[in-house]
Design a protein around this ligand. Structure first.
Ligand code: C5P
Length: 219
């Protein structure tokens, strides 16, 4: 661990998509490269934090020097997060699937047997809300993300209230922004003091700036 303002602090970061199995060869998932979550974990570690990085199957490799916990499903992500607490701060950058397939088929569903399948869904646990609303051992700072396409600030502020987290990093992922899977991000940080619009910058820079803010908040 390096020396820095987050030395002695333990921080959890979730990142990447979750995969919810349909059968042994198929799954449903959200679009997420894991780039922003990975950059945040790296930036926190660079400031001296002990980082637990809980990641779904992402496109980018996890940073060095962090404790990596690899999971596939939302339920596994929740289990890993619950094993990682208590932490001083938690950043939920993962794109968690809201629903899982209610009954995973143990064998491959065959195209030539009985037409087009219908899938029933069940609701996944909301990991951010669960940790934000912990009665005991809640992290001092809980940061959620909100990927929105319309009314970004309004929706994100409502989400902050609903989930009970301290900050929301809201980003506009509408088509044409190039943010999904891209190298840059355009975010608004929503805290109890209001909305701060950050200029569009590299995801690494967003991560560095956010890590800096987290260090100040925990100081
Ligand atoms: O409700 P929505 O998915 O838009 O909220 C996004 C935020 O909630 C992100 O921080 C995401 O990581 C977190 N989340 C979660 N568990 C879920 C769904 C979302 O932790 N099941």
């Amino acid at each position: 661990l390096v020396d820095g303002p987050l030395k002695g602090k333990r921080v959890l970061v979730t990142s990447g998509p979750t995969h919810e199995p349909i059968d042994p060869v198929r799954y449903i998932a959200n679009r997420s490269s894991g780039a922003q979550g990975t950059a945040i974990a790296r930036a926190l570690s660079a400031l001296g934090a002990e980082v637990v990085f809980v990641t779904g199957p992402a496109d980018v490799p996890p940073p060095n020097g962090v404790q990596v916990v690899r999971i596939e499903t939302a339920q596994q992500m929740l289990d890993a997060v619950q094993s990682a607490v208590p932490v001083d701060a938690a950043v939920f950058a993962a794109a968690v699937a809201d629903w899982r397939v209610a009954k995973e088929s143990a064998s491959k569903m065959k195209k030539d047997k009985g037409g087009i399948p219908k899938l029933d869904f069940a609701e996944n646990p909301d990991i951010l809300a669960t940790i934000s609303q912990l009665q005991e051992g809640r992290p001092a700072l809980v940061v959620g993300f909100a990927a929105e396409t319309d009314d970004v600030v309004e929706n994100a502020a409502a989400k902050r209230q609903r989930k009970g987290c301290d900050w929301i990093v809201a980003n506009d992922v509408s088509a044409g922004t190039g943010i999904m899977g891209g190298a840059e991000n355009d975010i608004t940080l929503i805290t109890n003091e209001g909305a701060e619009d950050w200029p569009r910058m590299a995801k690494d820079q967003v991560a560095a700036r956010l890590a800096d803010r987290i260090a100040k908040a925990l100081a």
